[in-house]
Every structure is written in structure tokens, then in C-alpha cells.
Design a protein around this ligand. Structure first.
Ligand code: GDP
Length: 613
């Protein structure tokens, strides 16, 4: 293959070296890496049939195509990976506890309360907070800092639990979409007088997608007509089977209003954590964790509530939170009291940051102010670039193929929204019945009736899912959000169309299988020598037909003596023809292959993609 050239100038062609680019990079970024002129890469893409500008953010598949053409191996780096590398360049590792097993000490579970609107999430969070005060925790006025910690007695032992104070799965999922894991356990609140509602299912699916264990709080049991048993039955359909029915999910009947059974609920959280999670962290190392909430306070400047995930955070520490940094001037706990240090799973309000970080940003303590500043500045610069030039391209039906080949996905995650539960269910079950082989799984993360919402887009962002809207559209800012996050949202009004498209994409996801199909054979009767063309075979076509520009092999005495030949020229008498059929004579030119003899057989074939059943 020849090196691509533009205007006669050869481009720097690789030797199969690896080029690393951020997801959503532009041709200019690519050019920079290989020392080429961006305009020449635009030209190469144009030759390949794609119109892209030099600075436009392009899809993984476009980068892939360009890299292939230029003989480079492409490696696409995700934002999370990029950040990890940034930290690595400062010899910092984020997300792993330092030291061995012996350094790990158990830490309290972090809980988010989710459920349908009006089922009592806020009331429950208040009730839990109060229980704790009654339990004798003296101190200041309870402050809303975004999270709080309570203690509960389980089997004679005092155990702490941290609650994220923003009810609902929106914040939880928004954080997850940014790669942060904030929650260990979800409490799913279901009002016993109302039963399972759309957002109950939504919350449930969000928790499941994050692989977070669920404890069900069946609330409002004080209300007349409350039917806790019915709630258990309803949730069974969604895979949450109560322990008393042989499942492994704990259900606790409560009244947030009357403060009934709150203790049992807390106990259930601890028991669930003990049974299914290994919550331990190293308290000795430099602190790391995530920001839960942050705002600009008139008197105190930028303040952020952070949740320590490992290590111990102390006043005086130098920290980076997202693109903010600073030395911790003071820390306040959830009771508004000054504290000197915060251990794993403890939320604290931190004063002393340069600016306001985002919820879900990670934080870490570093040794030197300079390091903190450099990390923060690099992150800010990257953030600016991203906002400027690109929208992140996630998985779409079009690029699933590459995503699968690159090993990025083994399953197609879907979120299905529709105008009626009947159509949603019909669509879901047809999609789940699609037979696309063993290599790809279809997983429906969430289904529901109603418009495509911001929460759906959040879930899609966090789980690399594709959203299907059946007879519904995006509501509010969901469309903009999908655009910004690069989430593929597909609208359909005919079920079979939706199924056809997904099926087609999935089949593209499977590596095509090729098989060889024989087209024809020709016996060489005579060999003509041409000074211009080399040897020409005078043939009689024995079977099928011989076509120009097909692949061929040469057989002598039944043995293959040459492979991968090409029927370059085909003639009947003086005329160039495209094919010669069985029983006819003609001349074949095999390009620069000249070793042919009388009685040799030329067999032609083509590779065809095997159809999938
Ligand atoms: P959220 O939207 O899930 O946060 O629900 P709220 O906590 O705001 O509660 C919605 C309404 O239900 C409020 O009027 C609460 O007072 C009421 N409520 C919450 N829990 C209970 C309960 O256990 N019993 C009764 N009777 N009412 C409750």
C-alpha cells in the first residue's frame, strides 16, 4: 500500500506505533501527535469519504479509520483514565487504599435514600437525624451540609451510618455519571398506601445499575389502607424478594412520621452491609474521597462538603478537589462543630478552597501546595478544552461495532421510555428475544412510561446506555443534556422499526464471518507472451464463470501453486470483457504473475460474509 500523499507531499506514515488520544479528540490533536499538518489529515479523511474540520471533535470510529490509514495503532483514553495518568505523573494513585490488608479498618456504610415522590424520603431523613439526637448526641444545631452520620446499636455494638442528605437518585446518578461512587447501600422508600410507582422502579434500576444493595423501607404504615404485604409482592416482580419469602432483600415496615421502626431500618442497613459488602479503608494514609456538595458562602468563601473514603483528613492538609485546591482552614461536622480530623465515611464541610468544585469531583490530599495547584490547573485546562471544542461521544448504535471490537462493551445497555406500559413491555420483550449470538447481551437498565428525562440521560451517561423513546420525546433539558453528554437517544413510533434497527446494530457488533465461495474454473490451453502485459493465459472456462477483478489461485496437477492472484485482465477475442461463462474461451491476465503453463487451472473465488440467522 502506498503512503497517502497530499499535493505530492508524503504524510508522516507510522510503522504501527501507538498514538494515544483523548476520547473526542480532533484531527488537530492527532496531527500534533504525529507531527503532521492538520490540513493534510483533513484531506486524508476527505479521500476516505468523510468531511471533518480540523478542530471538530470526532468519533472514535473516525479516529480509528484515520489511524488505520496512516498506519498507526490508536488508543483512545477516557477522561477518567486521563485523570488517573495526570495523578500518576505526580506519583499519586487515586481510588486504592495504600498498604496491605492489615492496614484496613472497617468503615461505616454510606447510604442514599431513594423512591417515588411523596413517599417520604425527606421525612425519613429527618426522622433518622432526630433518632440520633435523641440518642444523646449533644451539640449544636443540626446543619445541612449534604450528609450526616448517625449511630445505632446493633447486637450491643455501636455502629455508625452515613446518610447522603439529598434524597432521590438524581444526585446519586449524576455523581456516578462522573465516575464517582458515592453510595454503598440504597434505601428504597415505598409508601405502603400507594405501592410501587414509576420512580420507585426508576430508583431501583439506578441502584441496580450501580450494583448497590437495596434495603426497602415500607413507609406510611400508620396510614389507613396501608398494605405492606402488597408492596413486597409488587417488588418481587422486579427482583427484590423479601427475606421472609426466601429472598435476600431486607424489608422494614416504618412510619417516618411517627418515628416507628427507624431503629430496625438502621439495623437492616448494617446487617445488609455486613452480609454483602466488605467496607474497609486505610485510615492512616493521605485522605481521598469525593465532594458531595459545594457552594460559595458570603462570609466563608468557597465551601465544600466532602466525604472521606480513605485516609484521614486534617485541618492544615493541602487538598485538591476537582479543579479547586487549597489548605484546609477549618472543618465543620454535620452539627456545625469544628473538628480537627475526619476518618473514612465521615462527611465534613471544608473551608479554605480557592474556588467551588463540582458535586462528584474527587478530592485528595497532597504533600505540597505546588502539587495541588498544578493538578488543579491541569484539570481546569482540560475541562476548558472539553467544554470548548467537544462533546463527548459515547456509544451510539453506529459506533457499537467499534466499541465491541475494541472490547469496550460486551453488552448493549438500553433505557426504554414509552407512551404506555403495554408498548414499553412489548418493545422490551421483543428486544430481549433478539437472537444475536453469545457475544453480546442486551440489558434493559430501566424502562418506564413518560418522556425521556434528565434522570434517564444521567443513567445512560453513567452506564453507557442508549435511550429509546417510543412515541415520547425528551422533556425539559434532557435533549440538551443528551447532546452535551453525547448520549444516543432514538425515537421510534413503530415497534418493528426499533427492533430492526437495534438488531442491525447488534449484528454489526458481531464480527462478520466470511466464507469462500468458488466462482469458476478455467483450464489453460495456451500461453501467449506479451511484451507489455507479460504472460497471458488462453483459457477455456470449465465451470461457473470467470469475472474480472476477482481473486484466483493457480492449480497444477490438482495442487495449489499460487494463491491470492487477481484476475486483472479478461478478454474475448480483441475485446475487454467483465466475465466469461462456462464453455467459452478467452484470455486471462494475472497481473505480474507469469508462472503459468498449459493444463494449469485457474480457480476464481470471492469472500462472502456469512449471513446470520
Ligand atoms: P418525598 O417527596 O419522598 O421526600 O416525601 P416527603 O418526605 O416530603 O413526604 C411526603 C408527604 O408524606 C409529607 O406530607 C409527609 O409528611 C408525609 N409522610 C411521610 N412519611 C409519612 C408517614 O410515615 N406517615 C404519614 N402518615 N405521612 C408521611
Amino acid at each position: 500500500m502506498q503512503a497517502p500523499s497530499v499535493g505530492g507531499v508524503l504524510l508522516p506514515r507510522g510503522n504501527g506505533q501507538t498514538v494515544r488520544l483523548s476520547r473526542g479528540a480532533s484531527l488537530t490533536d492527532f496531527a500534533e501527535k504525529i507531527n503532521a499538518n492538520p490540513a493534510s489529515l483533513v484531506q486524508v479523511m476527505l479521500n476516505l469519504g468523510e468531511m471533518v474540520t480540523a478542530t471538530q471533535s470526532v468519533s472514535d470510529s473516525t479516529l480509528e479509520l484515520l489511524a488505520g490509514e496512516m498506519n498507526y495503532v490508536l488508543e483512545i483514553v477516557s477522561p477518567e483514565e486521563e485523570d488517573r495518568e495526570l495523578l500518576e505523573s505526580f506519583s499519586i494513585e487515586f481510588g486504592e487504599d495504600e498498604g496491605g490488608e492489615e492496614m484496613l479498618v472497617s468503615r461505616p456504610p454510606v447510604v442514599t435514600v431513594m423512591g417515588h415522590v411523596d413517599h417520604g424520603k425527606t421525612r425519613l431523613l429527618d426522622a433518622i437525624r432526630k433518632t440520633n439526637v435523641v440518642a444523646g448526641e449533644a451539640g449544636g444545631i443540626t446543619q445541612h451540609i449534604g450528609a450526616y452520620q448517625v449511630a445505632t446499636d446493633v447486637n450491643g455494638e455501636e455502629r455508625a451510618i452515613t446518610f447522603i442528605d439529598t434524597p432521590g437518585h438524581e444526585a446519586f446518578t449524576a455523581m456516578r455519571a462522573r465516575g464517582a461512587k458515592s453510595t454503598d447501600i440504597a434505601i428504597l422508600v415505598v409508601a405502603a398506601n400507594d405501592g410501587v410507582m414509576p420512580q420507585t422502579i426508576e430508583a431501583l434500576n439506578h441502584a441496580k445499575a450501580a450494583e448497590v444493595p437495596i434495603v426497602v423501607a415500607v413507609n406510611k404504615i400508620d396510614v389507613e389502607g396501608a398494605d405492606p404485604t402488597k408492596v413486597r409482592g409488587q417488588l418481587t416482580e422486579f427482583g427484590l424478594v423479601a427475606e421472609e419469602y426466601g429472598g435476600d432483600t431486607m424489608f422494614v415496615d416504618i412510619s417516618a412520621k411517627q418515628g416507628l421502626n427507624i431503629d430496625s431500618l438502621l439495623e437492616a442497613v448494617i446487617l445488609t452491609a455486613d452480609a454483602s459488602l466488605d467496607l474497609r479503608a486505610n485510615p492512616e494514609q493521605d485522605a481521598q474521597g469525593i465532594a458531595i456538595e459545594a457552594h460559595l458562602d458570603k462570609g466563608r468563601g468557597a465551601v465544600a462538603t466532602v466525604l472521606v473514603q480513605r485516609g484521614t483528613l486534617r485541618v492544615g492538609d493541602t487538598m485538591v478537589v476537582g479543579d479547586a485546591y487549597g489548605r484546609v482552614r477549618a472543618m465543620l461536622d454535620d452539627k456545625g462543630e469544628n473538628v480537627e480530623e475526619a476518618t473514612p465515611s465521615t462527611p465534613v464541610l471544608v473551608l479554605g478552597l480557592t474556588n467551588v468544585p463540582g458535586a462528584g469531583d474527587n478530592f485528595l490530599v497532597v504533600d505540597e501546595d505546588r502539587t495541588a495547584r498544578q493538578i488543579a490547573e491541569k484539570r481546569a485546562a482540560r475541562e476548558r478544552n472539553v467544554r470548548f471544542a467537544r462533546k463527548g461521544v459515547r456509544f451510539s448504535l453506529e459506533n457499537l461495532d467499534e466499541a465491541l471490537k475494541a472490547g469496550l462493551v460486551q453488552e448493549l445497555n438500553l433505557i426504554i421510555k414509552g407512551d404506555a406500559s403495554g408498548s414499553v413491555e412489548a418493545l422490551e420483550s421483543s428486544l430481549l428475544q433478539l437472537d444475536v449470538g453469545d457475544e453480546v447481551d442486551i440489558r434493559v437498565l430501566h424502562r418506564g412510561v413518560g418522556a425521556v428525562t434528565e434522570s434517564d440521560i444521567d443513567l445512560a451517561t453513567g452506564s453507557d446506555a442508549i435511550v429509546i423513546g417510543f412515541n415520547v420525546r425528551a422533556a425539559g433539558r434532557a435533549a440538551q443534556m443528551a447532546e452535551r453528554e453525547g448520549v444516543d437517544v432514538r425515537y421510534y413510533s413503530v415497534i418493528y422499526q426499533a427492533i430492526e434497527e437495534i438488531e442491525a446494530a447488534l449484528k454489526g457488533m458481531l464480527k462478520p464471518e466470511y466464507e469462500e465461495v468458488e466462482l469458476g474454473t478455467a483450464e489453460i490451453r495456451e500461453v501467449f507472451r506479451s511484451s507489455k502485459l507479460g504472460n497471458i493465459a488462453g483459457v477455456l472456462v470449465r465451470s461457473g464463470e470467470v469475472r474480472r477483478n476477482t481473486k484466483a489461485r493457480l492449480l497444477r496437477d490438482g495442487k495449489v501453486i499460487a494463491e491470492n492472484l487477481n484476475i486483472e485482465g479478461l478478454r474475448r477475442f480483441k475485446d475487454d470483457v467483465t466475465e466469461i461463462r462456462e464453455g467459452y474461451e478467452g484470455g486471462i491476465n494475472l497481473g505480474n504473475y507469469n508462472d503459468i503453463k498449459i493444463d494449469d487451472v485457474i480457480a476464481t473465488y470471492e469472500m462472502r460474509e456469512k449471513p446470520r440467522g
